[in-house]
Design a protein around this ligand. Structure first.
Ligand SMILES: [Zn+2]
Length: 282
């Protein structure tokens, strides 16, 4: 496989050939940064962990140069930070028993440039080689530009692929903005309470981020716990950890469907629910 950037790499934790590692992928996560996969696509990691016949592969699109840093990492240059973050992502791939971990090594600016065809080209190749059943990426209501750009590039890549190379499901997941606000009927709900130790380990591995000034480990576990408890006001907790997502599959399958219009539907449903309740009780 010929990826565009010279710094691109496909790491296979168990040492299998790259083609084999991609071909055995059933669940694929595509994220902007190192550590996003462990936050948003943990459902896919869990579905495959220790399970015969399934494989999770991760794709990290950016080089991670622009992350905030403090403490031990406070004086690291952007170049040094990229090295550390790639190493951390490899550690997560090993601990989570990923089938493969792809690094595309783009700058954030390249990902956000909608006229740059390279990101879409790389994604198309990886998806075609892995033919996953499920893809997890960022949701379109995320508040980080690079995250939303990645999601749009994933949708473009999928639209350019033939039907038999597309997954059955494309999900937009939570990182920079919870999806608790979605109406319950619009939520895709993933129960991720199993292997809590693994969940904590995977986010905790990213020391340059966590010790570097952002408690993503505690925040991610807290969000999952809050999702589980606050889902239903009149029922007892049925899980101790939930991840919410939006179903982006219609956008993949219908090239006429506009991404902005699609996400607006969810926002409209939310607005209507809030107004209807106030009207009912006034
Ligand atoms: Zn990110």
């Amino acid at each position: 496989m010929q990826l565009h950037n010279s710094g691109a790499e496909i790491y296979v934790p168990d040492g299998s050939a790259v083609e084999k590692a991609l071909a055995r992928t059933t669940h694929l996560g595509i994220s902007a940064h190192q550590d996003d996969l462990e936050i948003m696509a943990y459902h896919g990691i869990l579905e495959c962990f220790g399970t015969q016949g399934r494989g999770f592969a991760g794709v990290t699109v950016t080089n991670g140069a622009g992350s905030p840093r403090d403490g031990l990492y406070g004086k690291y240059t952007d170049d040094e930070m990229q090295v550390v973050r790639r190493k951390e992502q490899k550690k997560a791939a090993y601990v989570g028993e990923y089938s493969a971990q792809v690094f595309l090594d783009y700058s954030s600016a390249a990902v956000k440039d909608s006229k740059n065809p390279k990101v879409v080209g790389d994604l198309r190749q990886i998806i075609a080689a892995s033919k996953p059943q499920v893809i997890y990426t960022h949701n379109l209501a995320d508040k980080h530009d690079t995250h939303v750009a990645v999601s749009l590039r994933v949708i473009s890549a999928l639209r350019e692929l033939p039907d038999d190379a597309r997954p059955q499901h494309l999900y937009g997941c939570e990182v920079w903005r919870n999806l608790d606000w979605l109406n319950d009927g619009d939520k895709v709900i993933f129960n991720v309470e199993a292997h809590e130790n693994l969940a904590m380990s995977l986010v905790g591995i990213f020391d340059s981020q966590v010790a570097g000034g952002k408690r993503y480990d505690l925040a991610t576990m807290g969000r999952r716990r809050a999702n589980a408890t606050y889902l239903a006001s009149h029922g007892v907790d049925e899980s101790t950890a939930l991840i919410f997502a939006t179903d982006l599959t219609p956008l993949m399958n219908d090239p006429q469907l506009d991404a902005q219009e699609y996400v607006q539907r969810f926002i409209n449903h939310f607005a209507k629910e809030v107004s209807d309740r106030i009207a009912k009780l006034s």
